[in-house]
Design a protein around this ligand. Structure first.
Ligand SMILES: Cc1ncc(COP(=O)(O)O)c(C=O)c1O
Length: 463
């Protein structure tokens, strides 16, 4: 008797065609089926002893799990900052599994070179000079973590300590200054052993999420020449506010600090002539975080990390073994990020950049910004809501005009989600419970805007 694996192997072409036709069907109605799935898990099944083969597994997945999955790849999923997957990115993702390359080293394949080509395309897209070396990681949190790990090594260099060799105890406390840092910065500091308390919040401009540069200057003065880390924010998650990167970079003439920029999705301002001024100075950063599974619209998971100090990066992440070889002038990726073996995450990004180019991706950014602004205008003219910040780019941050308590805000969002029309998420801004609508999916168009607004009004009416 043959095994399910042998059977599947014999029918591979048919099985992949079946899976492809199911996937195509799923995507065909991603804009019309309910945006949220059921968060209740089906009754759990025991581990199959013999296995049921792919055809039956696909049927089981459809019956038990697929209906619970959200339409997060669709146009009215505006929670968190969720990108979609362009057709070419999706194809690239499929081929990632098909070729199943491990671009850790370049001993057997040109896959690492494809990753390098993709990184150089991204450098061009974001106007970074060649001194910025890049690497793919899983997401912005990991990109921030890698940037801060290199920063930690730099602090060591300034203090005559090699943290990568001697450990944190030899380094002593490190100060990290930031205006409105994303929560992943604290998480990274915890993972890096610097501790969440290393982060000092610097005052923001009045009513803004952008750092007050003179206040940052004063905070740096107070460090009295001790090297520190500054995390600048290019696109805050609530209101897409931007620190003045050029002004912050200029402070390095008087203070020693490592400048890390979290541009997870805000860096995409560089693609739009109307917004590129918001990221002027990005190139001056020592390390930069940019997410690809957000506004580049590649499937999860994908982000890049750029740094001007690859030498320090190699010191931190070096993984030398006889079978891997030593890091050379162009180090293998195994020496650059926390991962050892990894998927060829760059392939989806390569496909979407090759297929649609700079102008295709500029169109996505500009279309999303236009939709966010149109939505923001509706909210601003709606007496039941209050827009809490100007819509600078792709996020509208607003709240209920009456009693914007956590309970009411969450209840409205729950009803909206239950309606299946749209999915938005809650936040707090300057102490007020609020709602964010983040537009970052290539499928969203102006047609979705009135529909989202109407669904939100309906969710409010049921109050
Ligand atoms: C500014 C910023 N930084 C970091 C992150 C973390 O991203 P990820 O979930 O990809 O780790 C986010 C997520 O929304 C973000 O908006």
């Amino acid at each position: 008797m043959t095994t399910p694996l042998e059977d599947d192997s014999a029918r591979l072409a048919t099985l992949l065609a079946d899976t492809c036709s199911y996937a195509t069907q799923m995507l065909a109605d991603v804009a019309t089926r309910p945006v949220t799935g059921s968060v209740r898990a089906p009754a759990s099944a025991p581990l199959p002893e013999r296995g049921i083969g792919l055809t039956a597994a696909l049927a089981d997945f459809q019956a038990r799990w697929a209906r619970g999955f959200s339409a997060s790849a669709g146009p009215r999923y505006l929670g968190f900052v969720t990108g979609g997957a362009t057709p070419a990115a999706l194809a690239g993702d499929w081929l990632t599994g098909t070729f199943d390359q491990n671009p850790t080293s370049g001993l057997d394949s040109s896959a690492p070179q494809l990753e390098r080509e993709t990184l150089s395309w991204l450098r061009t897209l974001f106007d970074l000079d060649d001194a910025h070396a890049g690497a793919f990681v899983t997401g912005a949190t990991m990109s921030n973590m890698v940037g801060l790990a290199i920063a930690r090594e730099w602090i060591g260099e300034r203090r005559g300590v090699q943290v990568s060799e001697q450990g944190l105890a030899a380094l002593g406390p490190v100060k990290v200054l930031s205006g409105a840092a994303h929560s992943s910065i604290s998480k990274s500091l915890s993972m890096l052993g610097l501790g969440r308390q290393a982060l000092t919040a610097v005052p923001l401009l009045p009513g803004r999420e952008a750092v007050d540069v003179p206040a940052l200057d004063a905070a740096l003065d107070a460090c009295a020449g001790e090297p520190v880390i500054v995390v600048a924010n290019a696109g805050t998650v609530n209101t897409v506010d931007f620190d003045d990167l050029a002004a912050i970079a200029a402070l390095r003439q008087r203070h020693p600090f490592w400048l890390h920029v979290d541009g997870a999705f805000g860096a995409f301002a560089a693609l739009s002539p109307a917004h590129e001024h918001l990221v002027a100075g990005l190139d001056a950063a020592d390390s930069i975080c940019i997410d690809c599974h957000k506004w580049l619209n590649v499937p999860y998971d994908s982000a890049v990390q750029f740094t001007r100090r690859r030498d320090l990066q190699v010191r931190v992440f070096r993984n030398s073994a006889a079978y891997l070889g030593l890091p050379g002038a162009e180090p293998d990726f195994v020496h650059l990020t926390p991962e050892n073996s990894r998927r060829l995450r760059a392939l989806a990004a390569w496909f979407t950049l090759a297929a649609y180019g700079r102008s295709g991706h500029r169109d996505i950014v500009e279309r999303n910004v236009a939709a966010a602004q149109a939505f923001g205008e509706r909210i601003d003219h709606d007496p039941d809501f209050v827009l809490l910040a100007p819509v600078r780019m792709n996020v509208a941050c607003f709240t209920l005009a009456e009693r914007p308590t956590e309970t009411r805000v969450q209840a409205v969002l729950r009803r909206l989600a239950d309606s299946g029309e749209a999915f938005l998420t809650a936040t707090t801004l300057h102490g007020t419970w609020a709602i964010r609508a983040a537009f970052s999916n290539w499928r969203t168009t102006g047609v979705d805007v009135p529909r989202i607004h109407a669904a939100l009004r309906a969710a409010l009416r049921e109050d």
